[in-house]
Every structure is written in structure tokens, then in C-alpha cells.
Design a protein around this ligand. Structure first.
Ligand code: FE2
Length: 385
């Protein structure tokens, strides 16, 4: 599915927009390279979408919000694609039911590839055309479309993993990366003093609207674990009966545990006292030093309560992530750095800014709390469509 995109524009090269479009659109296609055509059609759960749909929907965004309104004489690739590949944008018309995306054996994958090429070529024409009064809006929408497509790249991988996990053959999307590298650094506690902190996007560059406006808020003093909770630590929770103790769970969570018969994170299975899990590298043993992932909010909350701690709030996480350099911050963009499942082991020492280090990092023998582990989970969970 690889094909070159030959975009060039002196005007847009100045801000890198055309290069970014080229790079991101190309990565989406490359992410589908390991897939067979059959893999691209199936919708494995109501919350997931077929790979073919992701390929088309991200293209629909550029056609709908850029080419149709701004490229003179543009003719949509297909009269029905606006209906088929709109996710839920009510403002641009009706859309195909989400639960039926897996029924779209047609258009074929080849037609979707042609759709992508067609739109890419016309996006090149639009972005290479002389500036008009709409140039600022065009660039803003193109930048939004690029970030939208990056979100779908992570959804694409999440959905492929779910699809392959449903298959008794447990196919591997890609070869395994390096085996477990061993131990993690000790868990430190990063203390932030009480005070007013700033939240939200406040720098140059792109941000989604829900990341703004910049605002301030008071926080009491708190400490945050310096690294994610590991699989080994979570196995301790399971072994201690964590999934059988209602007092550890929120009431909604305990109801879910019983309804869904949760006994471990999603994709985990125990065979002869050994934990295995489905990954994008296929079915393999749970690696003790990796961050635990695919745990729900309820599971993370119950683990924290068992550990005698609590989950951080969004407001506690944000200033900590900006004032410290954690392994999570370095590797959270798992699609971009092609890690896909794991953050590897924590080869990076958890470091802090000199200012924060002076304020004190509390080294503690306490059990770890799920801090960045829950954030890592969220990075792999769908929030958008
Ligand atoms: Fe979308």
C-alpha cells in the first residue's frame, strides 16, 4: 500500500504544513502494510472501526472540510462517501450507522486507496495554490486534519489489536520487539508544593479546542509516582485477591467486575500459573517490567486503593508532567515512535528539573500508586472517532 506522495510548495514549505501532511498521510498507509485485505474489513466491537474505514474517514475529513469548500471546481471522489465515512459530524449531514461499519465490504480496499490518492493530489493543489483571503483558515483546517489523522493512527492500532485478539489464531501484527530488558529504576515520589498552577495550552503551535483556554487553579501539595505501575506490581494485586474484594472497588466498578467477570486486564490470560497477553506482536508472556495497560479506570482505582494510594487528578498530572522528565513523557506517543504496545523498560532514569529536585523528591518504600500507568492506559484507549 505504500506509494510516494510528491508534494512540494515553496510557500507552504515555510511552515512545514505540506511536509507534515505528506509524512502523516504516508504513515497511516504504512501502518496498514502488515494487514491483509480481509483484516481491513471486520469490525470486532461496537467501539472499534475497520482499518478500511479509518483509511477512508481520515480522507473524508480533508475532502469535506478543505477541498469541497476551498478548492475551486473540486469534484468529490464519490457521491456516497460523504455519508459512508462521516463519523458523527451532524453539521455536515447524515452518516452511516457506526455499528454497521464492518458491513461495508464495498467500496473495496483498492477503491479506498484510490480515494486517498485522489484527495492527496487535490490537497497538494489546494496547498500549492496562491494565497487567498482564506489561506489562514485553510492552513488551520489542514493542521487540524493532520492531527485528526494522527489520532486515528492510534485508534487504528488499538482496533487491530482488538480484532486480532478475537481471533483464536492470535495473529501477530508485527514482529516482537526486543525481549524484556530487566528491571526498572526504583519508584520515586515527585512532590509538588501547594500553589497556583497554570493549565491548558499556552504556547505556540497546534492545540485542540478542549485544551484551551489557559487558566490557573490552586493545588494542595501532593506526590506523584515517578514511573508507571508495572505488570509485576499489578500481578501482586491480582494474587492478593484484588478482583474479589468489593471494598476495593467503586460500586459501578464492582458491578462491572461481576457482570463482565473481570479477573485481569483486557487481553490477559493465565495458563498454568503463568500470565499471557495478546499484543500487536502476537500472544506472549506478560513481561513483568512493562507498564500495565488495558486496565479500566475502575481497575486502576481499585489497584490504587489496595496500594493505600489514589489516582491523580488530571490537574495533578498536568503540572507534574511539565515540570519533570519522566519515561512516560518521553515515550507516550507510541504510534509515532512505533512502540505500539509497550514503553519498553524504563531505561531512562526518572529525572526532574533541578528546581523540582531541590524541592525534594520523596523516596518512599510505600507501594506504588497508579499514576502515569493510568495515563498510559488512556493513551491507548479511544476517546474520539
Ligand atoms: Fe475522526
Amino acid at each position: 500500500m505504500n506509494r510516494p506522495l510528491h508534494f512540494h510548495s515553496d510557500a507552504l514549505s515555510r511552515n512545514g504544513l505540506l511536509e507534515d501532511l505528506h509524512r502523516v498521510r504516508g504513515l497511516t498507509v504504512r501502518l496498514c502494510d502488515p494487514l491483509r485485505a480481509e483484516d481491513c474489513v471486520v469490525q470486532s466491537a461496537p467501539e472499534t472501526s475497520p482499518a478500511k474505514w479509518h483509511l477512508a474517514h481520515t480522507t473524508w475529513f480533508f475532502e469535506t472540510f478543505l477541498l469541497i469548500p476551498y478548492l475551486p471546481k473540486y469534484r468529490p471522489f464519490h457521491p456516497s462517501f460523504g455519508f459512508l465515512f462521516n463519523s458523527y459530524y451532524e453539521s455536515v449531514g447524515e452518516f452511516h450507522p457506526r455499528l454497521q461499519r464492518g458491513l461495508l465490504s464495498r467500496p473495496s480496499l483498492e477503491e479506498i486507496k484510490a480515494y486517498r490518492d485522489y484527495v492527496d493530489q487535490h490537497m497538494g493543489m489546494l496547498l500549492e495554490s496562491p494565497d487567498t483571503a482564506d489561506a489562514g483558515e485553510i492552513r488551520a483546517r489542514a493542521r487540524l486534519g493532520i492531527h485528526h489523522e494522527q489520532q486515528h493512527q492510534e485508534l487504528l492500532l488499538t482496533d487491530i489489536k482488538h480484532l486480532f485478539a478475537c481471533n483464536p489464531l492470535k495473529p501477530a501484527y508485527r514482529e516482537a520487539i526486543a525481549p524484556d530488558a530487566g528491571t526498572n529504576p526504583p519508584l520515586d515520589w515527585l512532590r509538588l508544593p501547594a500553589g497556583m498552577y497554570a493549565f491548558g495550552h499556552g504556547a505556540d503551535g497546534f492545540a485542540f479546542d478542549n485544551e484551551m483556554p489557559r487558566h490557573r487553579r490552586y493545588l494542595d501539595e501532593f506526590s506523584l509516582a515517578s514511573r508507571p505501575v508495572t505488570n509485576a506490581e499489578y500481578i501482586e494485586f491480582i494474587a492478593a485477591g484484588g478482583y474479589r474484594q468489593p471494598t476495593l472497588w467503586l460500586s459501578d466498578g464492582w458491578r462491572k467486575v461481576n457482570e463482565a467477570r473481570w479477573t485481569a486486564p483486557l487481553y490477559w490470560e493465565q495458563q498454568d500459573s503463568v500470565w499471557w497477553q495478546m499484543t500487536l506482536a502476537g500472544y506472549r508472556r506478560v513481561q513483568p517490567s512493562e507498564p500495565v495497560c488495558h486496565v479500566s479506570y475502575y481497575e486502576a482505582d481499585a489497584f490504587a486503593r489496595w496500594a493505600g494510594k489514589r489516582l491523580p487528578t488530571e490537574f495533578e498530572w498536568e503540572p507534574t508532567s511539565f515540570t519533570t522528565t519522566t519515561p512516560l513523557r518521553s515515550h507516550g506517543r507510541f504510534a509515532a515512535v512505533t512502540r505500539f504496545h509497550r514503553l519498553a523498560t524504563f531505561s531512562l532514569e526518572p529525572t526532574t528539573t533541578p528546581a523540582l529536585r531541590r524541592r525534594s523528591i520523596i523516596r518512599s518504600s510505600r507501594k506504588p500508586i497508579p499514576t502515569s500507568a493510568s495515563t498510559y492506559k488512556m493513551s491507548g484507549n479511544r476517546t474520539l472517532d
